[in-house]
Write a protein of this length. Structure first.
Length: 187
């Protein structure tokens, strides 16, 4: 596959809220990993996101995206900082974020407030796991709402992170190195 086209996701074109945490210092490394806050997804993931936006709207909600396409160089920065395969994909395996088919997100209510998901985005704790027992009922319900929206749109979840969704079969796709030509540049 040579024509893996990344599409920019914006509030204006996709009806989402975007807070690219890795373009800020509010991430686990404490400094910006992306120089520019561009939110990009591979075409089939972009199409599925459009369906997710529609499904979220049906329950009166909006999606807030924390991360989408991640250049392999940024993945390297994360791995160097936290070499734990539970939370960060190592370079030999590659992150599905670097394939353009994964995104991290949550739901906003009608007032624009994030639903209570029990932990923040990128919290490296056991409580980040989907269906983790011991979380308040409302947190479980909120996570299941996001799960329903994203599964309904064609995404699948991973066990360790409530905020992470990806297209099934992503692993078969190539990692996309967008660092030379694309808008995303490392610090
Ligand atoms: Zn993720």
């Amino acid at each position: 596959m040579t024509d893996h086209r990344l599409i920019e996701i914006t509030p204006a074109t996709h009806g989402v809220d975007i807070d690219l945490v890795y373009a800020t210092d509010r991430n686990l490394t404490g400094r910006p990993i992306y120089r520019a806050a561009h939110c990009l997804l591979l075409e089939p993931a972009e199409a599925a996101l459009r369906r997710a936006v529609e499904l979220a709207a049906q329950i009166g909600m909006t999606l807030r995206i924390f991360d989408a396409y991640r250049p392999p160089q940024a993945q390297q920065v994360l791995w160097d900082f936290l070499p734990d395969p539970t939370y960060v994909a190592d370079l030999s395996r590659g992150s599905n974020h670097s394939r353009g088919t994964a995104l991290d997100l949550t739901l906003l209510d009608a007032q624009g407030d994030e639903l209570d998901m029990g932990t923040g985005f990128d919290a490296m704790t056991i409580a980040s796991e989907h269906f983790h027992a011991g979380l308040p009922v409302q947190v479980q319900r909120n996570r299941m709402l996001l799960l329903g929206v994203m599964h309904g749109a064609g995404f699948t979840h991973i066990k360790a992170e409530w905020w992470h969704y990806e297209l099934p079969g992503s692993r078969a796709l190539p990692v996309i190195d967008n660092s030379e030509s694309g808008p995303l540049r490392l610090m």
